[in-house]
Design a protein around this ligand. Structure first.
Ligand code: NAD
Length: 287
């Protein structure tokens, strides 16, 4: 995906890109893939990677311009087609409208990536009721809406498919700095496991992906990272230890997502922290 950004901003930008020959080339040819939070970071990298693999990509973000840019990048990357849909995943009515539009205009999804999320740091007692609601509304309810509205149609169609929910390593690493965020992500893990059990009979895979500290806008905003630099340093170090990567780019998470969907099987965690959770999680990058 990095080359796509480069290409699009270069003097040659705007001309169709050469057909990608990378590891994902044509892996998802013609499949319909919807990514939420696709306007930035992991979501944009994931949309671009599916595009590179020949998918039809729907980029959803509450930031309409950012979603449009991702759709443009996806077309440059080789998507069979790409569309931008502005929507707030925490807004049930907006998500209902989106699902109706997508099903009418494009059909049932082959792959849904519930990636949209917001960060929030602050100790438990510094976190207001309003803060809790905001984080749970986006990080948990956003995933619930996506799974219900798109997953139900996948199940009805009965031709398989895959749902990826982007959780976080924060889901199983207790932290004094991120109680609301971590709780929202732990809930996403359990939701994914329950749904996986329910959809297994229909050949629909459900994967919760748990990235460590990735360099994106979520980790550079004051509400998430700037509050406690020491905590930030600890997280980077832990990510480097867990995943063997010092600078952990969003493209790595995108690769893990595409691998998980293509393999349609659990990837066993190997880290000491995750060992106890072996049966619970489908795990992510580099493992
Ligand atoms: P990011 O801020 O770069 O991207 C998030 C995108 O989601 C943005 O484009 C934003 O506009 C969009 N978004 C936010 N709220 C939305 C809503 N209500 N409706 C629709 N779109 C919305 O962050 P990122 O790091 O790419 O995060 C993507 C996901 O990865 C999040 O769920 C995050 O919790 C998770 N994650 C990130 C990290 C990390 O270190 N960056 C680690 C683990 C998990």
């Amino acid at each position: 995906a990095a080359w796509i950004e480069q290409f699009a901003t270069s003097a040659e930008g705007g001309r169709p890109a050469p057909r990608p020959t990378g590891r994902h080339a044509d892996r998802f040819a013609g499949q319909l893939v919807l990514v939420t939070g696709a306007g930035s970071g992991i979501g944009r990298a994931t949309a671009s990677a599916f595009a590179e693999a020949g998918a039809r990509v729907i980029a959803v973000d509450r930031d309409a311009e950012a979603a449009a840019r991702t759709a443009e990048l996806s077309r440059l990357a080789g998507a069979t087609d790409a569309w931008a849909e502005p929507a707030d995943v925490s807004d049930e009515q907006a998500m209902e409208k989106l699902a109706e539009k997508v099903h009418d205009e494009h059909g049932v999804l082959d792959v849904l990536v519930n990636n949209a999320g917001i960060g929030l740091s602050g100790s438990f007692f510094a976190t207001t009721t309003d803060d809790w609601r905001k984080v749970l509304d986006v990080n948990l309810w956003g995933v619930i809406h996506g799974c219900r509205l798109f997953g139900a149609r996948m199940a009805e169609r009965d031709q398989g498919g895959h749902i990826v929910n982007v959780a976080s390593a924060a889901a199983y690493q207790p932290s004094r700095a991120l109680p609301a965020y971590s709780t929202s992500k732990a809930a996403v893990l359990m939701l994914s496991e329950c749904l996986r059990a329910e959809l297994a009979g229909q050949g629909i895979g459900v994967t919760a992906v748990c990235p460590g500290f990735v360099n994106t806008s979520i980790t550079s905003t004051a509400r998430f990272a700037g509050v406690d630099e020491e905590e930030q340093r600890r997280r980077r170090q832990r990510t480097a230890r867990l995943y063997g990567l010092r600078n952990y780019p969003p493209e790595k998470v995108a690769d893990a997502i595409l691998d998980a969907v293509a393999d349609n099987r659990a990837v066993a965690p190997v880290t000491p922290e995750a060992r106890g959770a072996r049966l619970l999680y489908r795990f992510a990058p580099g493992l």
